[in-house]
Ligand binder design. Sequence first.
Ligand SMILES: [Zn+2]
Length: 333
Amino acid sequence: MNRISCFDKGRELYNCGRYKGAVEWFLKGLMVEHCNVCRAWLGNCYEFGLGVEKDLVLAKDLYETSRVHLLTSEIDGMLGKWIDERLVVLKGMDGSVSRMMEEVGNVKVMKLVNIDSTPQWRYNNDEVVVLVSSRESLLEGFCYAERDLPEKNREWNCDGSNRFCDGYVVEADYYRLEVRRGDAERYSMRMTDRELCVWFPKRACLEYLYVQETILKKVKELLWKRAQEVIPPVLERVAQRIGVEYGECHVVKSLRNCAAYNYALNHDITFSSSCVQLPVESLEALCVHELTHNFVLEHGRRFDDKMKELGGEEMLELYRNLWNEGRWAYMVY
Ligand SMILES: [Zn+2]
């Protein structure tokens, strides 16, 4: 089906007053065929509430975006003149647009001038934000949301299989994490000894991606704080035990993967905060591994021999099994 027929189909329905059907064809023309005329006609439907709920902000934006796509020769043509007329009428109709979408909750669309790829997604406490380029209309942002969000929402997971629920608990060597519903309107966190708690708002819907993402953000924050308390003393203890010196110990906020790094120039050692999820012995093995880098830069036979010399066979074995540790997998996504 070519561009003409999508628009023509829509216009045919429009002319007989079957606006709902017309909007469907215009949308298809816009999203599938990138038809700019459809964009302008959709603006008309939103301006007068034909087949859709009237929305002047969306309407103005559709006309405006359509105008951006006009060729110089078209600006003085019928379409260009009509668009300019409508833009005068709709002057000042600017603002952001939000919609409540089934399955995914509040969705807000915003435009970004310098954007590498579109659409982009951001998760606020109470909404998903869809960012589109300034050459796309806000309506296109909603179309992306309709197309992609339900799938993202279904796929979201925090441990490879499930989501945070009311009463989500992880017991690990260095902390006990609990996520539950609070009785306030806001998110809150608490950290005592090894207890990490995240409370989500009493009305938050756990089905929504942005709620899950927000909880994850808080969990990351808490685990990072805990990691800063836990990891430096472990490194210090291990270094003393095996008699190796190092520079400073840093912990960076990252739960994407479990990693540590020994900076060759000054032997500063940096850990990602995800390492706090390891059991005691495994974290020690990781420390021995990093300290071994003081003597051998590259991994290999020579490295393994040195690590064995410093920490013993058991540490080497533990380090090899590090990546099989199940307890941190729940954060990797
Ligand atoms: Zn290494």
